[in-house]
Design a protein around this ligand. Structure first.
Ligand code: PEP
Ligand code: MG
Length: 701
């Protein structure tokens, strides 16, 4: 892929996970949308450039200081004087002559670019502080780290922009992406997103879904394989992308595009129709929203209301804490779109993967399990109080409800309810109106809340199941993933059993329960979730009609049968096979199948990866099928057996099967063990696949 002539490049397919479904086509825009510690560029600069580099440093110090002062002021207003003090030390460190001298010396003596010099100087000073006896200075090491990040952020602003200068119609290809960056892509005409890392329930992904941008995550080495300007097809239905596809691939996607458009027409026809199963069971279908534009999208598809308003997205795009009045205006503009339907407003759930640049939080090893959600709000009563007042004031004129995130027991629930009562009393004393009976609900997203649901039911008006976090905490598996292959899977039998319990207990207690995690937005799961007992969902507005379509094409008996079967199964893989199979039989549009798209020569048979049966297959007609079977053993994949029936021999099918399997193994970063002799000899004659083989002793038997 080093050629610069796009038309000369061989077509290439890469695979990933579908994070936001759809189909997109456009020229690639490569960027680095998340700045990580490792992203600091190191460059040799010439003597003539050195002074300019030092000037860039001085300018970054001024910019960082200005920003810190602003943040300090907004923290002082919202959190108080003591919290604002935290920034004092950072401001002093920014101005420290020792830091400037160190950066200057590194630039001058080592001919380093200023970013690398800042990183190195901060590292040296942190080591120095860490060695000092005085605990005050040792603690300043953390402030130094923050100062370094801030300087690098400002330096990056004149280098790599965090929100790329996108051109209409492009496909963004990036190693990582932050929620705050996706939030700012709205209305910019981005057609698709390909992310090397990322997770299906990360907030960046959730936003991409609500903006309707077809997105693939977990696409290894995408930024290495795709060059700026390459034509890319993002097939976020099958979980793959094609780079500079050939005419035959393009024409199959033209066809898929046409099919999708027809399907879109069908979906549009559902707007305004009741959300009922074929046998007449009514399902409540609300929308998850983050920004006012989502509310408009929800209203356009006639959602039954807003089941989850993530107010942190309002805060994320600000550079200061919005005041009570500002919040009131935001919430009002949103609720206005949905009138007379209800808007469930969740109080701020920042922290973890939704940090606010202007909200200093303690550095934690496990932020997802730390200071976030209701815990954080209870520790910052002014913040909670301001938000509650804004919501309560709105309740005077609009049907709104309050939802409490990350509840893990009766105590924090009662403390939050006491804060609501306090805000009501204050408003009443000032003669301001509000709905005294405003409904209050709890998110069920910690295992503790799930276990205690029966008792929590006595204290709330409704529940909302946050499966994104619930799955993460039940399975001790990070929802954001990153580079590791994760065990995060909503179809784990433990998750299924907990979901069944939640629906049953809530119903027996007469407490309305809705499911608002991302599984509710994926039609693959709709049948199962109805079968498990859920009758209310809140989904991404862009997926609402897909879910409605899935609901209207199922019936309760079918759904309950699937749930019954799944509840008897104890293996995630087997559950996934059953649910996927159920969906494959019902899915309205499917991606084209290709005969090994990366190898233009081959048979006329398509090779497909049958994940459920763990084999790569090529089928001729109804009966004869050739396959290459495999087995997963820990981190290795054993390629077991290649079989080609007599009727299909002599056409090169075995070679096609092996090639497709090896190409996919590379994409999925499998380490393979070629136990099948045909595969072993294929690799011998195709040394380009040799690096995939796990050559540890004893593996090549
Ligand atoms: C959830 O955890 O499922 C949820 C809806 O909340 P969030 O995704 O905002 O953490
Ligand atoms: Mg959550």
């Amino acid at each position: 892929m080093n050629s610069t002539d796009n038309t000369q490049s061989a077509p290439l397919m890469i695979v990933g996970e579908v994070a936001s479904s759809g189909l997109a086509r456009g020229p690639a825009l490569l960027c680095h949308c998340a700045r990580t510690q490792t992203a600091v560029p190191l460059r040799q600069v010439s003597e003539a450039e050195v002074h300019a580099e030092v000037e860039r440093f001085d300018a970054a110090v001024v910019a960082a200081e200005g920003k810190l002062l602003e943040v300090q002021e907004s923290v002082r207003r919202t959190l108080g004087k003591d919290e604002a003090e935290i920034f004092e030390a950072q401001i002093l460190l920014l101005r420290d002559v020792q830091l400037r001298d160190a950066v200057r010396a590194l630039c001058l003596e080592n001919r380093m670019n200023v970013e690398a010099a800042v990183e190195e100087a901060i590292k040296q000073l942190m080591e120095l502080f860490g060695r000092l006896e005085d605990p005050y200075f040792r603690e300043r090491a953390a402030d130094l780290y923050d100062v370094g990040r801030r300087l690098l952020d400002h330096l990056a602003e004149d280098g790599l922009p965090d929100v790329p200068a996108v051109h209409e119609g492009c496909v963004i290809v990036t190693s990582e992406i932050l929620a705050s960056v996706v939030a700012r892509l709205e209305g910019q005409g981005v057609r698709g997103l390909i992310v090397e890392k990322g997770g299906l329930t990360a907030h960046a992904t959730i936003l991409a879904r609500s903006l309707g941008i077809p997105t693939l995550v977990q696409v290894p080495e995408a930024t290495g394989k795709i060059r700026a300007g390459d034509l890319v097809i993002v097939d976020a239905l099958a979980g793959r992308a094609f780079i500079n596809p050939q005419a035959d691939i393009l024409s199959k996607y033209d066809q898929l595009d046409a099919n999708l458009q027809i399907h879109q027409g069908v979906l549009k026809g559902l707007i305004g129709l009741p959300t009922v199963t074929r046998d007449g069971v009514e399902i409540r279908l609300c929308a998850n929203i983050g920004q006012t534009a989502d509310a408009l999208a929800a209203a356009n598809v006639k959602a039954d209301g807003v089941g989850l308003y993530r107010t942190e997205f309002v805060f994320l795009v600000q550079d200061h804490f919005p005041s009570e009045d500002e919040q009131y205006q935001f919430y009002r503009a949103t609720a206005e779109h949905l009138q007379p339907a209800q808007t469930v407003i969740r109080v701020l759930d920042v922290g973890s993967d939704k940090p606010l640049s202007y909200f200093p939080l303690p550095r934690e090893a496990n932020p997802a399990m730390g200071f976030r959600g209701i815990r954080l709000l209870l520790a910052h009563p002014t913040l909670l109080h301001t938000q509650l007042r804004a919501i309560l004031r709105l309740s005077a004129s609009h049907p709104v409800a309050i939802l409490l995130p990350m509840i893990d027991g009766i105590d924090d629930l009662r403390a939050a309810k006491a804060a609501i009562e306090h805000a009501k009393e204050e408003l009443a004393a000032a003669g301001q109106s509000f709905d005294p009976l405003i409904p209050v609900g709890a998110m069920i997203e910690t295992p503790a809340a799930a276990i205690l649901i029966e008792h929590l039911a006595d204290e709330v008006d409704f529940f909302s199941v946050g499966s994104n976090d619930l799955v993460q905490f039940l399975l001790a598996a990070d929802r954001i993933r990153g580079e590791m292959v994760s065990t995060y899977d909503p179809l784990h039998p433990a998750v299924i059993q907990v979901l069944a319990k939640l629906a049953t207990v809530a119903r027996s207690k007469g407490t309305p329960i809705s499911l608002c995690g991302e599984i509710a937005s994926d039609p693959t799961y709709t049948n199962l979730l109805i079968g498990l007992g859920f009758r209310s969902f809140s989904v991404s507005p862009g997926r609402l009609l897909d879910i409605k379509h899935a609901i209207r094409s199922t019936d309760l008996q079918q759904a309950e049968k699937l749930a019954e079967q799944v509840l008897l199964v104890h293996s995630t893989r087997d559950i996934r096979a059953q649910v996927q199979d159920d969906w494959n039989r019902r899915r309205p549009v499917a991606s084209p199948e290709f005969n090994s798209p990366t190898s233009p020569v081959g048979t006329s048979l398509a090779v497909r990866h049958n994940v459920a049966r763990q084999r790569f297959e090529a089928q001729a007609g109804d009966s004869a099928s050739a396959f290459l079977s495999y087995r997963v053993e820990g981190e290795r994949v054993i390629l077991k057996h290649t079989f080609v029936p007599d009727t299909l021999r002599g056409q090169g099918i075995a070679a096609d099967l092996v090639r497709v399997a090896l190409e996919e193994a590379r994409q999925r970063r499998w380490k393979i063990v070629p136990r099948c002799s045909y595969v072993a000899s294929f690799i011998e004659s195709h040394p380009e696949f040799g690096d995939l083989v796990d050559r540890q002793e004893g593996n090549l038997d």
